[in-house]
Design a protein around this ligand. Structure first.
Ligand code: NOJ
Ligand code: CA
Length: 539
């Protein structure tokens, strides 16, 4: 289908991320699946989302829960069949929801046919990967060396685990394979891709890197010119031929580099995910925390609002902790802070992404110990910490509060034993707060987080200033984020008190049009704890 000259659909879209394993299990094996997703399409429609980003559903040995793909043109039998996937695409289409697939093109699984043939010595496929006689000093995302020795005695490169060998993007055959794969799915009716780690594809050299705390070697492959060229070629050869939305996951990205990737005139990506705000409370490595200060988060969000025309905004995803734990409050102000974060995410300029369960205020996993954790990254971190002689108590503390599994606990649909997620044994422990944090209970409660999301989504859709307007930060007391969203017809002042105490502020505008406190509770000289407010101005 050729792209038309009309405004691109994704510019007004609200995207909902599904982590299939944890979303909804239809057959009682404890693992979420595609029929489970189909059964919840009406729920998503009702919520008001326009598109789903589907974390990987391809065949995979599952060492990194699908981010280790062994066949790009198939469906993981754990999740269903190709017919299920086609049914999902057509049913979603019928109710006006688009599907974005998560494509991991920087590496494959080591169980992919290509890699197996490479190990057998097939020269064509050896050139799909990066083999060398000697290692360099690069460190992987999961902490260890980026090189693993083969039985033949040489080494292969992997920026993630040894189960995820990196593809050789200097080889044109790899490009051609991926073009085929993208067309295959686009022809089935999907609307774009979320590209995993897409600013690491093209390695300029395999020289030793400057020693760093994390990711030694990264200057050899982050945001290289070769990487930009690949994206431009994909855009020209494939994406521009369909009405796609392409969002890149970009690691260690700065605003200037991001601008190059998203500048409309350069025809590379449509949007990127940045990470600064995720690291707001970490000391260099994510496992070591410092105190969270809302002011830092505000500064970072403001920087990115100013840098990009369409930032991909998100406060949580399958790799991070739950936002209400991270930036909100999980005791007295759980509900208020979850609604504030909803208001913030959905009133910023750009494309809002909601992660499954965020819309009901799901919290971090209440894991009893390291034995409850399944994630490969946490496993590797534990091994690493053991080598540093950290005590079990300390390792447990560091890992439980930061593990990616915190966001991967099954979605809480109702208050029954397994939260309506499965009739079997869930693959990952379900939070005990599913007794009151769940979709069914919240649907019936006018004042719930879920209903607040619905109203906020509706509000955003009906407001030109929110969906298309400019953004400008206004001077405000520390830890309070105030900004305007403005278009020709409408000026809105957005107030976010990011703290658990009252905050005096100067109020602008004329009419309070939206908020997370009832009008009789609202004050005119200060904001209450985690108060979110939208004030319209008669311009
Ligand atoms: C980013 C994905 O979001 C994460 O889950 C995965 O482990 C790595 N990329 C490797 O593919
Ligand atoms: Ca299942």
């Amino acid at each position: 289908m050729a792209a038309t000259g009309t405004k691109k659909w994704w510019k007004n879209a609200i995207v909902y991320q599904i982590y299939p394993r944890s979303f909804c299990d239809s057959n009682g094996d404890g693992i979420g699946d595609i029929p489970g997703i189909i059964s919840k399409l009406n729920y998503l429609k009702n919520l008001g989302v326009d598109a789903i980003w589907l974390s990987p559903i391809f065949p995979s040995p599952g060492y990194d829960n699908g981010y280790d793909i062994s066949d790009y043109m198939g469906v993981n039998p754990e999740f269903g069949t190709m017919e299920d996937m086609e049914r999902l695409i057509s049913r979603a289409k019928r109710i006006g929801i688009k599907i974005i697939m998560d494509l991991v093109i920087s590496h494959t699984s080591d169980e992919h046919e290509w890699f197996k043939k490479a190990l057998e010595g097939d020269p064509k496929y050896r050139n799909y990967y990066v083999f060398r006689d000697n290692k360099n000093n690069w460190a992987s995302f999961f902490g260890k060396s980026t090189w693993t020795k083969t039985q033949a005695g040489d080494y292969y490169l992997h920026l993630f685990s040894e189960k995820q060998p990196d593809l050789n993007w200097q080889n044109p055959d790899v490009y051609n394979e991926m073009v085929k794969i993208m067309r295959f799915w686009l022809d089935k009716g999907i609307s774009g891709f979320r590209l995993d780690g897409v600013n690491t594809l093209y390695k300029d050299s395999l020289e030793n890197g400057r020693r760093r705390l994390v990711l030694t070697g990264r200057e050899n492959y982050l945001n290289t010119e070769g990487g930009h060229n690949l994206l431009r070629r994909f855009n020209r050869d494939v994406w521009s031929k369909y009405k796609t939305f392409i969002v890149g996951e970009t690691v260690f990205i700065s605003p200037n580099e991001a601008k190059l990737l998203c500048d409309e005139g350069r025809n590379e990506l449509d949007a990127i995910f940045f990470f600064d705000h995720m690291h707001v409370d970490s000391r260099g490595v994510k496992w070591v925390k410092k105190q969270y200060r809302p002011q830092r988060l505000i500064r970072i969000l403001d920087k990115w609002q100013n840098a990009l025309e369409y930032p991909a905004n998100y406060l949580e995803n399958h790799d991070r902790v739950r936002s209400v734990n991270h930036y909100g409050n999980i005791s007295e102000f759980w509900g208020k802070s979850a609604k504030l974060l909803c208001g913030l995410n959905l009133s910023l300029k750009g494309i809002p992404f909601i992660f499954e369960g965020e819309e009901i205020g799901m919290t971090n996993g209440d894991f009893r110990g390291l034995r409850d954790i399944k994630d490969i990254e946490s496993f590797n971190a534990n091994q690493f910490m053991k080598r540093l002689f950290l005590t079990h108590k300390l390792r447990r503390k560091l890992i439980l509060r930061t593990s990616r599994d915190n966001a991967r606990t099954p979605v809480q649909w109702d208050s029954t034993e397994n939260a309506g997620f499965t009739t079997g044994t869930p693959w990952l422990k379900i939070n005990s707060n599913s007794s009151y944090i769940n979709v069914e209970t919240e649907q019936d409660d006018e004042d719930s987080i879920l209903n607040f999301y619905k109203k906020m989504i509706e509000f955003r859709k009906s407001s030109k200033a929110l969906s298309e307007g400019t953004y400008r930060k206004i001077a405000s007391p520390s830890d309070v984020f105030i900004y305007t969203r403005e278009c020709r017809e409408e000026r809105l002042y957005i107030y976010c008190n990011m703290t658990s105490s009252n905050r005096a502020v100067e109020f602008y505008g004329d009419r309070i049009v939206f908020g997370n406190y009832y009008s009789e509770e609202q004050e005119y000289t200060y904001l209450k704890p985690y108060e979110f407010r939208i004030v319209a101005s008669n311009i």
